[in-house]
Design a protein around this ligand. Structure first.
Ligand SMILES: *[C@@H]1O[C@H](CO)[C@@H](O)[C@H](O)[C@H]1NC(C)=O
Ligand SMILES: *[C@@H]1O[C@H](CO)[C@@H](O)[C@H](O)[C@H]1NC(C)=O
Ligand SMILES: *[C@@H]1O[C@H](CO)[C@@H](O)[C@H](O)[C@H]1NC(C)=O
Ligand SMILES: *[C@@H]1O[C@H](CO)[C@@H](O)[C@H](O)[C@H]1NC(C)=O
Length: 302
């Protein structure tokens, strides 16, 4: 890593922490006001949108959303792949009004961010206390159904921080809830963000996350004994979509993980071969290594 790249990496790391802390503090204030006027269910949405605009400015990040119309009809349970802290940024962009997140209990005590989550009605789950977690989720389910709200779940449980195009096995809580309440599942797939953030490789780049929201999947006729199978099908569909959208296009001014560089080179080859076949013309050497997403490219800046 060059000196400038290293400097950018540390500078941006500090900025992320500051943005998270101030976003959390803002969220605490919003949650208190919303609760006082009886609109607690909107606190996470209001905070999310503001946070998105701050992060966009501070970190030079963008989000491209495909299939946003699939969020129009509540209630539903959203399931998304979970990779890094940057998921909060993507949440900031697409989080629908009246949606609530579920999170692991330990997050509750993180200054500002955790306090905000607690004050805005997050469903905290303690994996070691099964019955308590089930009761919390049932309460959430009732609320979602009765008031036509939404619930956000990361079924992988923990952040995967992975660099291959795949996901950790799914925990089945979200799918049990959906079956019980006959509420559709809306899968949300986020492009691999290791090109934007990866502590392992010292990556903290500007760039764009691609979020694809898939069509709601009905659980109307799903029976209890088929939940495992159903969860697997949803996961397969999400992994296929992840392979299709690939890595988040980045402006490479810190570093890139090696797998992402390999992937970009492969896509570049494919593109060159394709245009060779189609037009039978030679293609000039370009510095841009494009991902499979049309206008996006991983640019070499330094
Ligand atoms: C994203 O890419 C990184 C590095 O190339 C890989 O380790 C990780 O498994 C990938 N994550 C996902 C969700 O595809
Ligand atoms: C569920 O089953 C009913 C009755 O067989 C059928 O009419 C309906 O279309 C099914 N719903 C879905 C989403 O498959
Ligand atoms: C991105 O940066 C790293 C080192 O910082 C370099 O090894 C890599 O080749 C660059 N990738 C591209 C696509 O320019
Ligand atoms: C592109 O074509 C070259 C030979 O012209 C070949 O070596 C390479 O493997 C091809 N790449 C892909 C991704 O098909």
């Amino acid at each position: 890593m060059s000196v400038i790249a290293r400097f950018l990496y540390y500078l941006r790391s500090v900025l992320v922490v500051l943005a998270l802390a101030s976003g959390g503090l803002y969220g605490v204030i919003v949650s208190i006001i919303c609760t006082l006027i009886g609109k607690q269910h909107l606190a996470q949405w209001i905070t999310a949108r503001c946070f998105y605009h701050v992060m966009k400015l501070v970190l030079g990040l963008e989000v491209t959303v495909i299939g946003e119309e699939n969020l129009a009809k509540k209630p539903y349970i959203m399931v998304a792949n979970h990779q890094s802290t940057l998921d909060i940024f993507m949440l900031g962009r697409i989080f629908p009004p009246g949606c609530t997140v579920t999170a692991k209990k330990s997050l509750k005590y993180v200054p500002f961010l955790g306090w905000f989550m607690a004050l805005s009605g997050t469903y905290f789950l303690d994996r070691t206390k099964r019955q308590e977690a089930i009761d919390t989720l049932n309460k959430g389910l009732e609320n979602v159904k009765k008031n036509k709200r939404a619930l956000w779940v990361f079924p992988e449980g923990t952040r995967s921080y992975t660099s291959e195009l795949t996901m950790a096995p799914f925990k089945k809580g979200a799918f049990h809830l959906a079956q019980q309440g006959k509420i559709p599942i809306v899968p949300v797939v986020v492009s691999n963000t290791s090109t934007l953030m990866s502590p392992k490789y010292g990556v903290l780049n500007r760039g764009r996350m691609i979020v694809k929201i898939l069509k709601p999947i009905s659980t109307e006729n799903l029976t209890k004994d088929k939940i495992g199978e159903f969860a697997e099908q949803v996961r397969d569909q999400m992994v296929t979509t992840l392979k299709e959208i690939g890595y988040s296009p980045a402006i490479n001014d810190t570093t890139l993980p090696p797998q992402a560089i390999e992937y970009a080179a492969l896509q570049h080859d494919r593109k060159v071969n394709k245009s060779k076949n189609e037009h039978a013309t030679s293609v000039g050497i370009s510095n841009d290594v494009s991902t499979n997403h049309e206008e996006s490219s991983i640019k070499k800046m330094n």
